[in-house]
Design a protein around this ligand. Structure first.
Ligand SMILES: [Zn+2]
Length: 212
């Protein structure tokens, strides 16, 4: 049987992976998983044929890429970030070394060059710009693309009167505050109570993770 610690660790890893699924019921699945006890969790893993890395019957561990891209790492949840919005093709986060207050970046989920920047990433940038405009009331907003380690991103930089852009390390508290101001709240699904307990979990077969 799994220990309490193991179960907690597994749940955490599951949540991170579920976050990446193109699944409408993400929040519902997470809620279900969080309510499982150790025994139920083990049963659930078996039922969904989820392989556990590092366990005796587990799958092969995925090799860590030493040249991993910063933005890919953020998308894979390997690096914490202050997410404010997302869509099918990209996420929007707060820059931790902002040029101005509210400087946000849109990261396409796929590691691609500026030429292949998805339209949906640009529309997310515009959405964020609009939000910044309403909430932070800058004089102007600059939207510009850039690329780091070959991964294109879009910068959304609010411009304030008499405050020339200057790269500064943001304070954690300040970032949290901005995040709560700019964050797009997720809508809760009305069908929550009608979903059968195991149904939305079928899509989880692809997941693999290790017992901590
Ligand atoms: Zn990348």
């Amino acid at each position: 049987m799994l220990t309490k610690e193991q179960a907690e660790g597994i749940k955490k890893q599951l949540f991170l992976q579920i976050e990446k699924l193109p699944n409408e019921n993400k929040e519902q699945i997470k809620k279900q998983i969080s309510q499982l006890n150790e025994e139920e969790l083990e049963e659930f893993l078996k039922e969904n044929k989820i392989q556990m890395q590092g366990s005796p019957e587990g799958g092969s561990p995925q090799g860590e890429d030493p040249n991993a891209c910063l933005f890919c790492s953020i998308i894979e949840n390997k690096i914490p970030c202050h997410k404010i919005a997302e869509n099918k093709k990209s996420i929007a986060i707060l820059e931790i070394n902002p040029l101005t207050k509210g400087h946000s970046i849109i990261i396409p989920l796929k590691h691609e060059t500026i030429e292949k920047l998805p339209k949906l990433s640009m529309s997310l940038a515009q959405k964020i710009a609009k939000k910044i405009k309403t909430k932070l009331k800058p004089e102007d907003i600059k939207i510009e693309t850039s690329s780091f380690q070959g991964h294109a991103i879009i910068n959304v930089i609010p411009l304030y009167k008499d405050e020339p852009p200057k790269k500064t390390k943001a304070d954690e508290k300040e970032l949290e505050k901005l995040q709560s101001i700019l964050e797009t709240k997720k809508r809760t699904s009305r069908t929550d109570s009608t979903i059968k307990k195991t149904k939305p979990l079928k899509n989880l077969k692809e997941l693999s993770f290790r017992i901590p």
